[in-house]
Write a protein that binds this ligand. Structure first.
Ligand code: CO
Length: 189
């Protein structure tokens, strides 16, 4: 009985010793870790600074991915955004439209028309009876437009960014009755 107690005591001492070692070890690790992470940002900051001049010298033509936007239209007569930012560094900008619904082009057609925000309703009214694109022939108020698509379809429209440089432009759908709900601004950034 006495032996067992002393063994237990010995075991407890060993356990405590092990615990002390275990608790000491972690305190050293966190102390070393911040030093390592403090060095890491400094190194990456140098990298970024070194890369920056290369980026800014190449800033004139923006990367292709920045000069395009993937827009969606649905069966509830809605686009999924109310604004699209257009980088000033882009020469041309492309809006890709996907019709995520299943309604036919005759029932729930969508297109993307680029024009002055103030001209939207007049363009839509003048093109109401013009099938299938619903844009009056030779409408000079239209900067650019895609074709009209139905559910499951996709299309795209590309325009020169210089043509919207003076601001106040929008994208909209010219399908009869859609323009009021299906429109959004184009913001030069
Ligand atoms: Co539409």
């Amino acid at each position: 009985m006495k032996l067992r107690t002393s063994l237990l005591a010995a075991a407890t001492v060993l356990t405590l010793a092990a615990c002390n070692q275990a608790t000491e070890a972690p305190t050293e690790t966190p102390a070393a870790a911040p030093a390592a992470t403090a060095e890491a940002p400094a190194a990456s900051a140098v990298d970024t600074a070194a890369a920056a001049p290369t980026d800014s010298s190449a800033a004139a033509p923006a990367a292709a991915g920045e000069c395009a936007f993937n827009l969606e239209g649905n069966d509830a007569m809605q686009f999924n955004v109310k604004n699209i930012d257009v980088p000033k560094t882009c020469t041309e900008f492309t809006i890709n439209l996907k019709h995520t619904g299943s309604a036919s082009v005759e029932a729930m057609g969508h297109n993307v028309v680029i024009a002055k925000s103030a001209d939207i309703m007049a363009i839509a009214t003048d093109g109401a009876s013009v099938k299938p694109n619903h844009i009056k022939e030779g409408d000079t108020r239209v900067i650019a437009n895609s074709e009209m698509i139905g559910g499951g379809g996709s299309t795209s429209v590309k325009f020169d960014v210089s043509k919207i440089a003076d601001g106040g432009y929008s994208f909209f759908c010219s399908f009869p009755g859609h323009a009021a709900m299906m429109q959004g601004t184009l913001t030069l950034k």
